[in-house]
Design a binder for this molecule. Structure first.
Ligand SMILES: C[S@@+](CC[C@H](N)C(=O)[O-])C[C@H]1O[C@@H](n2cnc3c(N)ncnc32)[C@H](O)[C@@H]1O
Length: 389
């Protein structure tokens, strides 16, 4: 048994009724024996400690110190000088695993690690673990220790992960893969705006996007939450982003493919706002009734780029034409936002609907702004752009 998640599952079984660790976002590959145990635990049947121990080859008398969530100080963690066994080390390491939880983890429960845990885990990573004979066991321990450290370094340093997003109104969660982030690839992470926009679209989609059968264009799709939700709701949709983001975006489309009707036109293509003339959509002369964007501006060049792309692809002669935009009200981007509002006005659009709501992201709570923009000649209500946040 060389699977960290299996240890985590067993730990969960042991602690059933006392503490909860959410495991739903943790990929599981477990042996049949472990599966039996976990289904017993799911059905509420209590599992004797001795049978768990035998599956895991743990000593029947598991030292209480090892499985206790009450370790409060690094001095209570197994000292490497005492040459702790593989099981002892992994039991501690999986105890303090932190999964991301659903929907940015706001409601997640996990066992807080004792003071000094990261120092201890760092010592494990730096130790040769010479007393552990099995090389695979040593690798697993080093991996677990370094993952525990990375989990505590904030989202930008966190390891790659599969995350689960529960969108209001959908019967099952959307699973999205996020590679570990590299400096500029913001599209490899799912942002708070996309969950709020997906929720809103799901709640009242026919009222927001006419069921005309026309393809929706998403600009800067990132990990794909909004586009995938549109597809699940039955809209044909073209998800687009930079070339380096597309492999992960395609992977996520594939991961959720069974939720999309096979006959539906849901595709992923490169569309670089700086060079949209080289996109397939441009070559095909595609025009779109609805364009959606979630969290698209974080550079002073983005407003002009987006205005250029929108003027190219929006179906201006359609009275239903609209651009739907969700973004966080980050104080440091106030000037870029104001510039975007002016650029959208300059290309003949006016805001017709707007709303603000609180949401969360990996980096905490934030206020988010939702707005819908339409060609000016088709609308009666004009919101003053200088009143926008
Ligand atoms: C903050 S992320 C938001 C991603 C996603 N919409 C979400 O809300 O989770 C910004 C997105 O814009 C994309 N982007 C940035 N510059 C771009 C460009 N020049 N052309 C196309 N996409 C771009 C990024 O790759 C990224 O996916």
């Amino acid at each position: 048994m060389r699977n960290e998640t299996a240890y985590l599952r067993i730990y969960n079984t042991l602690m059933q009724g006392q503490r909860i660790i959410k495991l739903s976002s943790v990929p599981m590959t477990v042996s049949p024996a472990i599966s039996e145990l976990s289904s017993a635990s799911n059905s509420g049947v209590s599992t004797p400690l001795t049978s768990i121990s035998s599956v895991l080859s743990l000593p029947a008398q598991i030292p209480s110190r090892v499985f206790s969530p009450l370790i409060t100080h690094a001095l209570d963690l197994p000292s490497l000088r005492s040459r702790p066994s593989t099981q002892e080390l992994l039991a501690v390491l999986v105890t303090y695993a932190r999964s991301q939880g659903k929907n940015f983890g706001g409601d997640e429960e996990y066992i807080p690690a004792p003071t000094g845990f990261v120092d201890w885990a760092t010592r494990v990573v730096g130790s040769g673990l010479e007393w552990i004979e099995d090389e695979d066991d040593r690798e697993l321990i080093w991996d677990s220790a370094s993952t525990r450290i990375a989990e505590r370094c904030g989202r930008t340093a966190a390891p790659s992960m599969e995350r689960e997003f529960e969108v209001e109104g959908l019967d099952a969660s959307i699973i999205l893969y996020e590679p570990s982030l590299t400096a500029d690839s913001l599209g490899l992470k799912t942002w708070g705006s996309s969950l709020l926009l997906a929720n809103r679209i799901c709640e009242c989609h026919r009222g927001l996007i006419p069921p005309s059968g026309r393809r929706v264009l998403e600009l800067g799709s990132g990990t794909g939450l909004v586009g995938i939700v549109l597809g699940i709701l039955g809209y044909p949709v073209l998800l687009t982003d930079l070339s380096e983001i597309l492999p992960n975006l395609k992977r996520n489309m594939e991961r959720n493919k069974d939720r999309l009707s096979e006959s539906l036109d849901v595709n992923v293509e490169e569309l670089n706002w700086m060079d949209f003339e080289s996109s397939e959509a441009y070559r095909r002369h595609d025009k779109f009734e609805t364009i959606v964007l979630s969290d698209p501006i974080y550079s002073s060049e983005h407003p002009q780029m987006l205005a250029n792309v929108i003027i190219q692809f929006l179906e201006y002669d359609n009275p239903q034409a609209q651009v739907m935009l969700q973004l966080p009200l980050r104080a440091k981007f106030a000037d870029i936002r104001a510039d975007l509002w002016h650029k959208l006005r300059d290309i003949g659009l006016s805001p017709t609907r707007q709303d603000q709501e609180r949401g969360r992201d990996d980096f905490g709570e934030e206020t988010y702004f939702w707005s819908v923009w339409r060609p000016r000649e088709y609308i009666d209500i004009h919101i003053d752009i200088d009143s926008l946040p």
